[in-house]
Write a protein of this length. Structure first.
Length: 505
């Protein structure tokens, strides 16, 4: 007890000293009256920065803000609930864990209007708000996957308050990106910059719609690059975030992070905060990754992701001592996977990757972010340190199945009715689950599965009406011209047992 009293007394003394110190600064010259004149310098010129010629110039955000706000939109996402759909939808557990109890208020969806226990007779709904960035004059808008996930209706509001219905062109949960489109021409897109050229300490602006306050602009700097905050649940998630201290709050998700020239350098995606609101740590997907994802979704309907086929670890001081490595930075190749593209090219276990296409990489997120920009069949040049000697090796990337074929957008009218993004289960997963094959439900949209069953994302369909299916094409054949009741049988990767879902076609 005495110790606590003594400790409290010390704290009180320190606080008193701090208060007195401030007071003494204010009263030291109490006998002297000083009249301060307000400077004629405009408030926006109170800060300075260096231009490209190292000349000191006033720091002014007004031109940049004026350029960008027209290219950032508000997105309203509406979910309609039915029997069997839980109120939390399919929000990833990692997002809930990361944002704690505040997640439902962060970046949407936030509950408004009808609730699941309403007595109005109307279907219960949940409405969320987020942001998006116009990337073409003909209506393409990029946002976050978690902004549009599970939406039955999407409404886009432009800076000038025009509103449109939007459709989802495609999504990429592995980067938390989505592409949507509205029917309009003559829009003002935000031009893409080069996120590789972004430097730590560089001024940036975040533009979005926090708390439904449309066209909000905040300023900050690039705090770090190559951040992995382990927020995405996908098995092959790519996290290589730009970190910023520009204020990002609920509703900013999917908005723009731009440089002072008004070029898009990232899509604002998440914050690290104990409260769910701004605390100085925001994270954006680099635009060089965004560009690749968008191109693939427009051209192929799915993202084409090339892989090296290696297991890796970031090199640091501890790992260097443990393994007696010759360098303190880079990415250690821990093992080679089956049908490894890197192994076929000559990469060996123990190699330390230091550069990709002559760009330095110092961590696993940086390497993953670089490789994620390439498709199967494309070449990357790796510089590796092998027992102290540098080697340069060209690698032709594979897909996850171990070959260079591009993925096809496997979607028919029957699949449209299901309202699902489907993928043929690969051999490794089939072997792990002890099944002959199947079709995995990667995402659920408005359709039969969401409205009429309790099926959730990750369900692997193994049988249709008792007949085995091992590919999307087989599933399409089984459902083609199907009338009446349908029974799906299958499993989940993370839950034991078999599951059955029935609905009418």
């Amino acid at each position: 007890m005495k110790r606590n009293l003594v400790f409290s007394g010390i704290i009180a003394l320190i606080v008193s000293m701090a208060t007195l110190g401030v007071f003494s600064l204010v009263t030291r010259n109490s006998n002297t009256v000083r009249i301060e004149h307000i400077s004629g310098t405009p408030s926006q010129s109170a800060l300075y920065t260096l231009d490209e010629n190292s000349k000191l110039v006033p720091l002014d955000f007004t031109q940049t803000a004026g350029k960008v706000v027209e290219g950032v939109v508000n997105i309203k996402s509406t979910q309609i609930y039915s029997a069997g759909r839980s109120q939390e939808g399919n929000i990833p557990d990692q997002f809930r864990d990361f944002f704690g109890d505040q997640f439902p208020q962060f970046f949407g969806p936030r509950s408004r209007g009808n609730t699941p226990d309403n007595r109005s007779g109307n279907p219960p709904t949940r409405v969320g708000t987020g942001s998006g960035v116009i990337i073409s004059e003909d209506g393409y808008i990029v946002t976050n996957n978690h902004v549009v996930a599970d939406a039955d209706d999407l409404e886009v509001t432009l800076h000038d308050n025009r509103t449109y219905k939007a459709v989802v062109v495609g999504t990429d949960p592995t980067t938390d990106l989505a592409l949507i489109r509205i029917k309009e021409k003559g829009l003002v897109p935000v031009p893409f910059a080069n996120s590789d050229a972004v430097k730590v300490g560089e001024w940036v602006l975040a533009v979005g719609n926090p708390f439904s306050l449309n066209s909000t602009v905040t300023a900050g700097i690039v705090s770090a690059k190559g951040r992995n905050i382990n927020i995405l649940k996908e098995q092959y998630a790519v996290e290589n975030f730009i970190q910023t201290d520009a204020a990002i709050n609920p509703g900013n998700s999917g908005g723009a992070l731009v440089n002072l020239e008004g070029g898009l350098i990232g899509i604002n995606t998440a914050i690290a905060s104990p409260t769910g609101s701004y605390s100085g740590y925001g994270f954006a997907v680099p635009v060089n990754i965004v560009n690749k994802v968008v191109e693939d979704l427009i051209k192929y309907g799915v993202v084409q992701r090339g892989v090296l086929g290696i297991m890796i670890r970031s090199v640091d001081g501890n790992l260097a001592r443990e393994k007696d490595l010759p360098v303190l930075q880079g990415i250690l190749v821990d093992s080679l996977m089956d049908n490894s593209a890197a192994g076929a090219a000559g990469i060996k276990v123990g190699d330390i990757i230091t550069r990709v296409n002559d760009m330095e990489v110092n961590s696993s997120p940086e390497l993953q972010g670089m490789v994620a920009r390439y498709r199967p069949g494309e070449k990357v040049t790796l510089t590796v340190n092998r027992q102290g000697k540098e080697k340069v090796i060209d690698v032709i990337l594979n897909n996850r199945q171990g070959n260079t074929a591009l993925a096809a957008k496997e979607k028919s009218e029957a699949v449209n009715l299901l309202g699902a993004e489907l993928e043929t289960v690969d051999g490794a997963l089939a072997k792990k689950l002890d099944i002959k094959g199947g079709v995995k439900v990667n995402k659920l949209f408005a359709g039969k599965l969401r409205k009429d069953t309790d099926a959730r994302e990750g369900f692997i369909i193994t049988k249709v009406d008792g007949d085995e299916v091992s590919s999307v094409k087989e599933l399409e054949k089984k459902l083609e011209n199907k009338k009446g009741g349908v029974m799906l049988e299958g499993v989940y990767e993370d839950v034991p047992g078999e599951y059955y879902y029935a609905f009418g076609m």
